[in-house]
Design a protein around this ligand. Sequence first.
Ligand code: GLN
Length: 472
Amino acid sequence: MAARGPLASMDVDKRISMARYEYSRCREAHEKFNAFITIRDMEEVLDEVSSSEGPLSGFLFPVKDNIAVAGLPNTCASAILDGYVPPYDAHVVEVIKKLGGVVVGKTNMDEFAMGSSGETSHYGPTLNPWDRERVPGGSSSGSAVVVAWGSHVALGSDTGGSVRLPAAYTHVLGLKPTYGTLSRYGLVSYADSLEQIGLFTRYSLDMAYILYYLMEYDARDMTMYYGSRRDEVRNQLQRIIDGEGLELDDVSIAYSSQLIGLCDTPVSNMVYKVLDRLESLGFKTVDIDMGFVYPCLSIYYIIAMVEASSNLARYSGENYGMRIDAGSYWDAVTYTRSRGFGDEVKRRIIMGTYASSKGYEGRYYIRALKGRRWVKENLNRILREHRFILLPASPRLPPRLGEAVGPKGYVLDIFTVIPNLAGNPAITIPAGLVDGLPTGVQLIGRFYSDAELIWMSSILEGAIYDPGLLPG
Ligand code: GLN
């Protein structure tokens, strides 16, 4: 049986009978591409599926290994958390279980979600199913790969592009919702002012359906937005799910030929093709100056590293995972942290500590915070005039293994960090293959335009990409 059509539109019995096929695709993705860190047994998963009830029954959920699932190891792909099993579920996982969904396992990722290629995992790199010599993008590498290989949905997290970049590199949809839409309770913090749990699917309808249920309010995340805009988003999602769709008048989409010019030629050609297609579908596209994008990478990396250095202070060997006993308390902490963290994580802790330390914070951290406000103002100024901004998801095609490890990979995030700095939602929409390699464009919207972004992707489904296209 092949995975055809959105799961959201099938009746529950059909979905349950699809689950066996989906499990086999997950298992294959694990064996061929190292997509999981922990994968549950088939019997156990299918037993739960057959006794499940609710709107999410029949859906299998691969969950990124930085989102807590009670009873399953939660390693964040780091040696320092090897063996740590959380006793509780993240809020989104509670909702999934309550509504009949079943967690199939924990997916591979860059260590502590720091990376753009899926290679910094303590459990080895994730491979790209379109070309095993290339990276699938990171940090939510395993989740993207599992969906590309046939699962209908997976959960990731997006601090600076970790859902949208691997979505482009594996040819699936990837959504970073508006900051405050999905509860971060149970998501291991890397840089909490920037990150959101995000979703991968192949079909827009599945994206609307899953987001509708997962965006339940949760008071345990104090940054969660609670207000009428939440109900509006849900009503819009409901209209998409019911097949009524949204009426968006006078849609104008801003892009920047200057920024597109920074990309590798196959990528810029692809973006212009998408723009042509949008025009032929009746949307207005406008080339504007987006000079504010240039400093975004530096601003993002300073803030992300400072927050990381503070968030990761808790891994001292006292409370979670690895602990190396040594003579004194401080020796134990030092040995545990030096052995437990990988190189990229150490680099960020050191840089982040430096950038926020007394005497230097004015030159780096505080300056970055001012820059962040300026980016936000610029982005929202453009979005007052135009409904969406279209950018490439990445300036390059998927790099070969080893080409994007460490700081040389940072540049891949140039277009994805922007909405994280501002809090706006953004979606990666696949845009076909170039030389057999997947590409994608990113659409950024106004605050709480999550449903509109999904609606746009549903218009482009079939017009610029085929959601039924699977690698291999
Ligand atoms: N590549 C970016 C980083 O390493 C983004 C990662 C993410 O979104 N988690 O920080």
